[in-house]
Write a protein that binds this ligand. Structure first.
Ligand SMILES: O=C(Nc1ccc2c(c1)CCNCC2)c1ccc(-c2cn[nH]c2)cc1OCc1ccccc1
Length: 342
């Protein structure tokens, strides 16, 4: 039986490890048929331990989301001992490092990033998911300084809908909403909006509104909802932070209200567009289907049937990467390579 690495090797050219976190390692790789760069997140099942269900949650969530500000999942390879997730290439690294490197961002640059964050969160909530771990470490930059949301391991798709009650306390304490750390019932979408307030504060100030080494005093500060307002903050920045960092979730601004908030409209006066610029999964792109059918010597009908199964195999990855090329007005060409379709 072929090992996962052998399967991956036939399809991708693996390069250096670009990051290794808790239970995952991220390697740079080139997709064989298009030559496009991708990131491959490799997780060992044993070291995942009881975090294993998080990976399945993340994979299922990412399969359902197709948005310009959400990191794209191209392919999943699962073996007895490993998971491989082939992901969108984000060479700009973490937004966290970007903010640290610049100390803090100008109001205009913070607005440009925050509009993208609002777009991804509004789309995610519309799709029925709450992220529950929004923070600058979970926002990556692509080569064009676009933000891509990652890490859906803690996300929730409440059965009764996005505004249904949740219980499990999770995410990073400094970004956690008061109702969440109080152990009360909470709504994932409302908790995400609080985390977005912390995120915006970090973008504008370069440090966190609530911070303390001691977790108990950190919780007290969060529950108080009182934070410093540095002198450089404009009146409007203070206003939007106040709307997001409301201790009472029922008084907190909603993501729909955020789309047309004056602070977000300040430069170009265009509401945040959270619709996906990609077509839905149902609509297969004719040009990409044709290129694939020719390459694999199949009819377009056969190729459409295979693609419509969305198996997240090499074919799914190749189709999505070709679609990317088309969206970026690059030629839809496959490199001649031995047939590796599994
Ligand atoms: O493409 C990704 N990362 C990535 C790729 C290239 C480079 C860098 C970073 C920065 C370091 N210098 C080399 C250039 C990349 C894509 C997706 C995911 C991902 C999606 N869900 N979960 C993880 C993670 C990724 O990485 C993590 C990372 C690695 C090094 C630092 C900062 C961040």
């Amino acid at each position: 039986k072929m090992s996962a690495y052998e399967a991956i090797r036939g399809q991708y050219h693996l390069r250096e490890t670009i990051g290794s976190g808790g239970f995952a390692k991220v390697k740079l790789a080139y997709h064989g048929l298009t030559g496009d760069k991708v990131a491959i997140k490799i997780m060992d099942k044993k070291s995942l331990g009881d975090d294993l269900p998080r990976v399945k949650v993340e994979i299922d969530a990412m399969k359902e989301m197709n948005h310009q500000h959400i990191c794209r999942l191209y392919q999943v390879v699962e073996t007895d001992d490993k998971f491989f997730m082939v992901l969108e290439y984000c060479p700009g690294g973490e937004l966290f490092d970007y903010i640290v490197a610049k100390d803090k961002l100008s109001e205009d640059e913070a607005r440009s990033f925050f509009r993208q964050i609002v777009s991804s969160v509004a789309y995610m909530h519309k799709t029925g998911y709450a992220h529950r771990d929004l923070k600058p470490e979970n926002l990556l930059l692509d080569e064009d300084q676009n933000l891509k949301l990652i890490d859906f391991g803690l996300c929730a798709k409440p059965k009764g809908g996005i505004d249904h009650q949740l219980f499990t306390c999770c995410g990073s304490p400094a970004y956690a909403a008061p109702e969440l750390i109080a152990g009360k019932e909470y709504q994932g979408n409302e908790a995400d909006l609080w985390s977005m307030g912390i995120l915006l504060y970090a973008l504008l100030c370069g440090f966190l509104p609530f911070d303390d080494e001691n977790i108990a005093s950190l919780y007290k500060k969060i529950a108080s909802g009182r934070y410093d307002l540095p002198s450089w903050l404009s009146k409007e920045s203070i206003q939007i932070l106040d709307a997001l960092l409301q201790v009472d979730p029922k008084r907190r601004i909603t993501v729909q209200q955020l789309l047309t908030h004056p602070w977000l409209l300040k430069q170009e006066n265009i509401p945040v567009d959270y619709s996906s610029k990609y077509k839905t999964f149902e609509h297969l792109d004719e040009d990409c289907v044709t290129e694939l059918a020719v390459h694999y010597g199949q009819t377009k009908k056969e190729m459409k049937e295979q693609l419509s199964e969305w198996k997240y195999n090499y074919l799914t990855a190749t189709y999505l990467l070709l679609l990317n090329k088309k969206t970026c007005n690059k030629p839809i060409r496959l490199l001649q390579q031995k047939k590796t379709l599994k």
